[in-house]
Design a protein around this ligand. Structure first.
Ligand SMILES: [Mg+2]
Length: 379
């Protein structure tokens, strides 16, 4: 039997940030353009009892700048402290920014926070979902992301491939022009048939009037949700759209902390809240956001973007434990950070019949391949 200990004398000895950048085998195409490379920061936190916790920071651009933040602004607040006082560390790290919550620092905090939960689970001999107070889920529902904003032939082929792989829910990327978007919405519905759940993600593509028009096409074609139609700061725009759109609105991946979700959730403007655990403030803060969603009868649907296996796995634990959970994103890009970083079948291969299994091992339940981390480092 393994010897687990949460001895309060254990201390954090180091926090190391690994900047990772690689070329994508297949580009992702959204309303923002084409992404050919993918970056993130893997965070490693160590203790004097030999624990190694891993976390992931969403770092789409300039990953080395995040490493500098972790090294200079966050690590000094952690070394010499107990790894188990996670909430205290969250608030201590948050005070490294004297302004409002948000930006790169919160993405950096997210990576450290996930690593601390991994340590707590490894020390206690319990998976993170159990530490969060599970609700008995052994599998979580996922949807395929995404049909890219490519030409019709590419969109048709991607839709077909997701259906062939067993997904019953699929996300389609949308952009301008509006008439082209409306045509794509109808085309995908006709091709998928009525038995497949479809939703769209516009990645802030539209002005309000455009979004109203796209929303009509979504409602006419029975789509499940309209994700990020407007830029995230335009909360009044979201409220106006909610009044004019019969399709539920989804958003939250661009939000940092509960503060930035509360108005749209409490007002039921959003029907689906989609925080990203590697951006919003880690497991500590994403749990608060999922609880907020539950309080107001809004669904929690974890966002997985061009993320790695650590973000994906942390999201599975949250999905397994949060009562408001509805469905998790299964980003089907072929990022090496999903397939090469850990000794675990890659995320989308674990997908079977539109579900993924919940890890059983202590902490996050994955073993990082540190040779792969060294090989994938950005300098
Ligand atoms: Mg999105």
């Amino acid at each position: 039997m393994q010897d687990y200990t949460t001895d309060p004398s254990i201390r954090i000895t180091d926090a190391i940030a690994h900047p990772l950048t690689q070329k994508m085998p297949r580009p992702t195409i959204t309303s923002w353009g084409t992404y050919s490379t993918v970056s993130l920061v893997l965070v490693e936190v160590r203790t004097d009892a030999g624990h190694v916790g891993v976390g992931e920071t969403l770092a789409r651009f300039a990953p080395r700048a995040y490493c500098d933040l972790i090294e200079t602004a966050l690590k000094p607040r952690l070394v010499g402290q107990s790894p188990f006082d996670i909430s205290a560390h969250w608030h201590s790290m948050r005070r490294a920014l004297s302004g409002r919550s948000g930006g790169m620092l919160f993405e950096a905090i997210s990576g450290v926070d996930i690593a601390l939960w991994d340590i707590l689970g490894k020390a206690a001999g319990l998976p993170v979902w159990a530490l969060l107070g599970g609700v008995g889920r052994k599998q979580v529902d996922v949807y395929a992301a995404a049909v890219n904003w490519g030409d019709d032939a590419q969109a048709d082929a991607e839709l077909d491939s997701y259906i062939e792989r067993g997904f019953s829910r699929i996300k389609v990327k949308m952009a301008r022009p509006v008439d082209e978007a409306c045509r794509r919405i109808e085309r995908m519905r006709k091709r998928a048939g009525d038995g497949v759940g479809l939703c769209v993600d516009a990645n802030w593509a539209y002005e309000l009037d455009e979004a109203v028009e796209v929303g009509r096409a979504l409602t006419a074609n029975g789509y499940d949700w309209f994700e990020e139609p407007l830029k995230p700061e335009d909360e009044a725009g979201y409220e106006a759209l909610r009044a004019q759109c019969g399709t539920p609105l989804a958003g939250g991946e661009s939000n940092y902390t509960t503060d930035q979700a509360v108005r749209l959730v409490a007002g039921r403007t959003l029907s689906v809240l989609q925080p990203d655990v590697a951006r919003a403030g880690g497991i500590t803060e994403t749990r608060r956001m999922a609880d907020l969603a539950q309080t107001f009868n809004v669904a929690y649907a974890p966002h997985i973007g061009m993320s790695g296996i650590v973000c994906e796995t942390a999201s599975v634990h949250l999905a397994a434990a949060m009562p408001a959970f509805r469905v998790m994103e299964c980003e089907c890009d072929e990022s090496p950070f999903k397939t090469q970083l850990a000794d675990l079948p890659p995320g989308c291969l674990r997908q079977k019949g539109g579900q993924v299994s919940v890890p059983k091992g202590p902490g996050l339940g994955i073993e990082i391949d540190w040779d792969a981390v060294r090989a994938l480092r950005d300098g």
